[in-house]
Design a protein around this ligand. Sequence first.
Ligand code: EPZ
Length: 420
Amino acid sequence: MEKIVVKGVKELRGEVNISCAKNSILPIIAATILCPEPIIIDNAPRLEDVEVICKLLSELNCDVNISNVNDRLTINTKNIVEMDANEELMRKMRASFLIMGPMLARFGYCKLSLPGGCNIGSRPIDLHLKGFKLLGAEVVIGHGFVEVRAKKIVGNRIYLDFPSVGATENIMMASVFAEGTTIIENAAEEPEIWDLAQFLNKMGAKIEGAGFGKITITGVKNLKGISYTPIYDRIEAGTFMIAAAITNSKIKINGVNEEHLRPVIEKLRECGIGFTNYKDHSIVVDGRGSKRPLDIKTLPYPGFPTDMQAQMMSLLSIVEGVSVITETVFENRFMHVAELQRMGANIKIDGRTAIIEGKPRLTGCEVKATDLRAGAAMILSGLVADGETVVNDVYHIDRGYVRIEEKFRNLGAEIYRINM
Ligand code: EPZ
């Protein structure tokens, strides 16, 4: 069982390089199913989730290779088979469900095991299935599986009750070869949606409006092989911004698209953090000043991201005054509160709202990572807690962060991984 040990209290210094976005590369890898020619994806992060979706494609008879040169992923789905995807792998990672849209577009058929829920919520797929049905597919659910079948995919207008990231991505991929035009209204606007559309358009798709609430997809006949480098991981970058804030440090972060992090930067500025940005996608974060409590509500992009909620709670648990965080995206994303309380944080939960009274100091102890972002939040708190913090269940963290302890150690943190 691997654990990460963090010793506080440590100031950070130096630079950190951000990896490519997990939530971009996963749908982009799924989208390679749409094209029977070799595709190259550079700067592919060595993440558990990337390995799982690559393994899934390999099990479907695709050629998948990763090389250390440029972390280059080469995928050829020419010989993909329409077999039932490996249930165990499907349940291991919910994002595997993103292969359903491209499989439906390519074969007119797909059968997958229903993706399980997870610690942060039930993770329904009703909006994905609503889109497939409106595109002309028949959907059958039974025995833990969902099966979609369509003789022909015909463009349609699809309104999403909630701007779901996954549903927007799955429907966009399912409609790439549709007869006619598809319009997705109330679509998710996350930067990763824009990145997926850029990737598909470079292959020859015709997608307009991605990154805004209304996306128009005009069906094309086929797509061609390309090479592509996904965007930087805005959540990893945001996590290191909070690392500078929580440790009263000044560090440089390389690999930041300031626009993608606007909601996080604005809130950290309000808290008292300074930012100096450079032209080459790098930014200096100065967390050495005094800090003010905040009132935060997580919302779909361009609102404050739910994936930064736990990390921000770690920071606010040591900022003098009363802060409020309201989680509106997932119904159960406060599992990390109990772990922070073990470290001495003063947090009360009232439904979807957490009231945080900042304490001068936390104390290190054994804690758990309850999801990948909560795990990162535990490391952040460990950097400023008295004594040693031992984070368990680090497999959650490895799903979304490349060599996280190495990156923190290079910034001067006293942190290491142990296997017990
Ligand atoms: C993506 O998950 C991300 N994962 C999540 O990141 C992120 O937290 C989430 O978007 C929100 O930004 C990937 O991109 C791989 P959603 P996804 O569909 O697509 C409801 C991380 O930490 N909903 O936008 O599953 C759902 O219940 C992970 O990197 C429906 O009701 O998120 C939830 O309340 C965690 N019906 C809300 O939408 C549906 O059919 C947001 O879900 C689909 C979703």
